[in-house]
Design a protein around this ligand. Structure first.
Ligand SMILES: CC(C)(COP(=O)(O)OP(=O)(O)OC[C@H]1O[C@@H](n2cnc3c(N)ncnc32)[C@H](O)[C@@H]1OP(=O)(O)O)[C@@H](O)C(=O)NCCC(=O)NCCS
Length: 149
C-alpha cells in the first residue's frame, strides 16, 4: 500500500468516500448531499486536519482524516477512517494504520478515535489495532414534547 497527503483537488474524492463512510457506519448524516460533504471536508482541511489517501496497485483503497490536538498537541485524533468496500478484510486497514503510525504520526503520540456504538465492525477493527475504551459519549435527542414546551 502506498500513500500520499491529500491536496485541495482531492476534496471531491474525499467527500464521496466520506459519504460512503457515514452510510457504512450508520451515522445520522446519511441524508446530507455531496456538496455538504465537500464543504465540510474543505473546512476540516482549512482548520488543520490532514487527509491521507492510500493506494494499492494504482487503486484508491482507503483514506484517513486526522488532526493533532491536546494541550501539548500530543494526541492524534483520527476523525475519519475508511477502507473502500471492495477491498475490505484483506488487511488494507491494518496496513494503512501501520503506515500512519510508522511514517506519519509522531511515535510517542496518544491516539484517539470515535466509533458509533452500533458500528460493531469498527469496534472490532479498533480493538484489533490496539485501541481501548476510554470515554462513553451519550446523547438524548429532542422529542416532540420538548418542541411543544
Ligand atoms: C473498519 C474498516 C476500516 C476495516 O478495514 P479492513 O481493511 O477491512 O480491515 P482489515 O482487513 O485490516 O482487518 C484488521 C482486523 O480488524 C478486524 N476486523 C476487520 N473487519 C472485521 C469484520 N467485518 N468483522 C470482525 N472483525 C473485523 C479483525 O480483527 C481484522 O483482523 P483479521 O483479518 O486478522 O481477523 C472497514 O471495514 C471500513 O472502512 N468500514 C466502514 C467505515 C468504518 O466503520 N470506519 C471506522 C469508523 S470509526
Amino acid at each position: 500500500v502506498k500513500y500520499r497527503f491529500a491536496a485541495p483537488d482531492d476534496v471531491a474524492t474525499l467527500a464521496l468516500l466520506n459519504r460512503q463512510l457515514v452510510v457504512d457506519e450508520g451515522h445520522p448524516n446519511q441524508s446530507r448531499t455531496l456538496p455538504w460533504f465537500e464543504e465540510r471536508m474543505r473546512t476540516f482541511l482549512i482548520q488543520g486536519y490532514r487527509a491521507v489517501l492510500f493506494k494499492d496497485a494504482g487503486c484508491l483503497v482507503a483514506y484517513a482524516l486526522y488532526t493533532q490536538e491536546g494541550e501539548d498537541s500530543d494526541t492524534i485524533y483520527l476523525r475519519q477512517f475508511f477502507v473502500c468496500r471492495n477491498f475490505r478484510r484483506r488487511g488494507v486497514g491494518r496496513q494503512a494504520i501501520r503506515i500512519l503510525r510508522e511514517k506519519i504520526w509522531p511515535r510517542d503520540s496518544r491516539l484517539t478515535v470515535c466509533v458509533l456504538w452500533h458500528n460493531a465492525v469498527g469496534r472490532a477493527f479498533w480493538k484489533a489495532m490496539g485501541y481501548q475504551e476510554y470515554a462513553l459519549e451519550l446523547e438524548r435527542l429532542p422529542t416532540d414534547d420538548d418542541c411543544q414546551a
